[in-house]
Design a protein around this ligand. Structure first.
Ligand code: RIB
Ligand code: CA
Length: 314
């Protein structure tokens, strides 16, 4: 029985690779909908980008939704310096055939969950957690319907990528992140500690370039652009594939090492706003609300990604 999931994202080149991996796994995953949120670039572009990516994978059935365009309380931030002005720089921007649904993403999330059984649906947010938190605030009765929240966000040993202590998705809306981490549903979190173990490389891009289909071609072009900033920043050959870690976990959980930890989010300090305090060694009595990913089989991760990209038709 395919696992029912709702994807919430802010494309973003790594969001794009996550979508490509998810749409190549429709035997294992039933994607109920894809929601856009402001993040890497403003909502007006992330909502367009999910439709462009939908066209690229040849999607005709999974609906696309636009969500929140600003954080709950903070100013927020965007990351054009990493992802380019369009957010999915590296590929041509075109007017997509796929159109957004008229219903908003938050209403879609609430309506879908409220019509589901308990523990039936997995939420997979890979951008700022504004849509998810807004849905929880608007209709707390959705909580028992959530099987798991499998998210990309946070950092522990790795430090921050947008401030010295905060990872981007959490930093953009720390109040939303606090609501999600404290919602009481099972959370699996892929922070920078694990996503910085899956940097792309020239070898990975070479292997992708040998795959003859439009999705692999788009992947190669997206990652070629996406790699430049982080390669320079971290002295690596390419960029970290943050968001695809979530789908890789859903498809092959054995690729990852996880530890049950308490994770709390800083929402007061200007210096450390958005910091994820991960109690990895259990030094508090706080509830272990999160399965924190801390290790990944890099070779196995890229084998999975490349094999799935190869499944798309030429
Ligand atoms: O910090 C990395 C995360 O922020 C990724 O999800 C990237 O797409 C951006 O949303
Ligand atoms: Ca993202």
């Amino acid at each position: 029985m395919p696992r029912k999931i709702i994807i919430d994202c802010d494309p973003g080149q790594d969001d794009a690779l996550m979508l490509f991996l998810a749409f190549a796994a429709q035997d294992e995953l039933e994607i109920l909908g894809v929601c856009a949120v402001t993040g890497n670039v403003p909502l007006e572009k992330t909502q367009r980008n999910i439709c462009i990516l939908s066209d690229i994978v040849g999607n005709k059935t999974v609906p696309m939704f636009a969500g929140c365009d600003k954080p709950l309380e903070t100013e927020g931030a965007t990351a054009e310096y990493v992802h380019g002005e369009d957010g999915i720089d590296g590929i041509d921007i075109f007017d997509p055939v796929t159109k957004l649904e008229s219903k908003g993403a938050v209403d879609f999330i609430i309506d879908t969950l409220m019509s589901a059984a308990d523990n039936e649906i997995t939420l997979v947010p890979i951008g700022p957690l504004i849509n998810i938190a807004t849905a929880i605030l608007r209709e707390p009765a959705i909580l028992p319907k959530i099987r798991e929240i499998v998210l990309m966000g946070g950092a522990m040993r790795e430090g921050g990528n947008v401030t010295p202590s905060a990872e981007f998705n959490i930093y953009v809306d720390p109040h939303a992140a606090k609501i999600v981490f404290e919602c009481g549903r099972p959370i699996v979190a892929f922070g920078l500690d694990v996503t910085h173990q899956v940097f792309t490389s020239a070898e990975v891009l070479d292997r992708i370039s040998t795959i003859d289909n439009p999705v692999a071609k788009a992947s190669h072009d997206l990652l070629s652009f996406f790699g430049r900033y982080d390669a320079d920043k971290y002295g690596t050959e390419g960029a970290p594939l943050h968001d695809p870690c979530t789908i890789a976990y859903l498809l092959k959980p054995e690729l990852f090492a996880l530890k049950s930890c308490n994770v709390r989010v800083e929402t007061q300090s200007a210096l450390t706003m958005g910091h994820t305090a991960v109690d990895f060694w259990g030094v508090t009595n706080e509830p272990k609300n999160t399965q924190w990913a801390y290790q990944v089989d890099r070779d196995g991760f890229f084998e999975l990604l490349i094999e799935r990209l190869g499944r798309y038709r030429a």
